[in-house]
Design a binder for this molecule. Structure first.
Ligand SMILES: C[S@@+](CC[C@H](N)C(=O)[O-])C[C@H]1O[C@@H](n2cnc3c(N)ncnc32)[C@H](O)[C@@H]1O
Length: 292
């Protein structure tokens, strides 16, 4: 382990950002991704971007903003920017109470409904899937519920995220201990195999999932997603302002099939965002239902 003074550690002074530069950069990020950064978190820009500025040999945020807007590699730089501004915290079986309610109520209702209609098909959208733990968890839960019957079903899980490196990691499907912190042991053993760099998800679980890079601020791209029975968008809209929350939730409403469900993160709510959903209360969670 390297010590604090080991030669591999370079002490880098963070580049200071003025209020004006902060507002310009914040507005640019907001315009592109809908992510809104409060001025109170200005220090975050300084700590997160200093390394990138050094890599580009830029000494000020003003120069970085010019590079982002007009530089020859502005499209590639935008992807780097997304990596710097997103928080990708996630894990398998995150929020067990919500997942129990999902399995025993929302999923059960949808499966029963589809069986009755004679359509053994279920579409789920994981919006803001980070490195894939959420869609894999959903696929595992569906396998647990359907067991052998799954062979007769057409399950589609569309998993999207703004960050391409997160999508690449998701496609690999290899996870370390941190990702398993709330995963039951028997699930880990049944659905993962040991790999040199962690635990790899089994192919049966990946089969229903399609991963793709997508920006939830891109209304046209969202329209191309197949209509869903259930949407998971957990711990994503907390990074948006009210306007963007409304825009994204409206897109979810349009995408959902009648009686479809929207599942948000435990600290997120549709209060002041949309009145088009009926909140259905379950122990430890709320499922938002599109009625009619
Ligand atoms: C905190 S993670 C949540 C991951 C997972 N849903 C969960 O709850 O464990 C938030 C994710 O939302 C993604 N995100 C943020 N803004 C986005 C946008 N405009 N379009 C698509 N994904 C976005 C981030 O890249 C990040 O991976």
């Amino acid at each position: 382990m390297g010590s604090l003074f080991s030669s591999s550690i370079t002490l880098r002074k963070s580049v200071k950002i003025s209020d004006d530069e902060f507002v310009q950069l914040r507005d640019f990020i907001y315009e592109k991704s809908g992510i809104f950064v409060d001025i109170k978190r200005k220090y975050l820009f300084e700590s997160r971007f200093s390394k990138r500025l050094a890599q580009l040999s830029l000494s000020s945020f003003a120069d970085y903003i010019k590079y982002l807007k007009f530089g020859p590699n502005k499209n590639d730089e935008l992807k780097k920017l997304y990596e710097l501004v997103t928080t990708n915290e996630t894990s398998l079986f995150r929020d067990i109470k919500q997942l129990d309610a999902f399995r025993d109520n929302v999923l059960k209702e949808k499966l029963d409904q589809q069986r009755k209609a004679g359509k053994l098909e279920l579409n789920i959208w994981s919006a803001g899937c980070s490195s894939g733990e959420e869609p894999y968890t959903l696929s595992i839960l569906i396998h647990e519920v359907l067991r052998m019957e799954i062979a007769r079903w057409k399950i589609n899980i569309t998993a999207v995220d703004l960050s391409q490196p997160m999508i690449d990691k998701a496609k690999k499907g290899v996870y370390g201990d941190y990702s398993f912190k709330t995963t039951p042991d028997d699930i880990k053993k049944r659905y993962f195999t040991e790999a040199p760099d962690g635990w790899k998800i089994k192919p049966a679980v990946t089969k229903p999932i399609t991963f793709q890079q997508m920006n939830l601020n891109d209304g046209l791209a969202l329209k191309r997603i197949a209509r869903s029975h259930i949407i998971f968008c957990r711990n994503v809209i907390i990074y948006f302002d009210e306007n963007m929350k409304k825009k994204v939730v409206n897109s979810f409403y349009d995408n959902l099939l009648p009686d479809g469900y929207l599942m948000l993160g435990h600290s997120e709510t549709l209060h002041k965002v949309s009145q088009s959903f009926k909140p259905i209360f379950h122990p430890g969670t709320i499922a938002y239902k599109k009625e009619g």
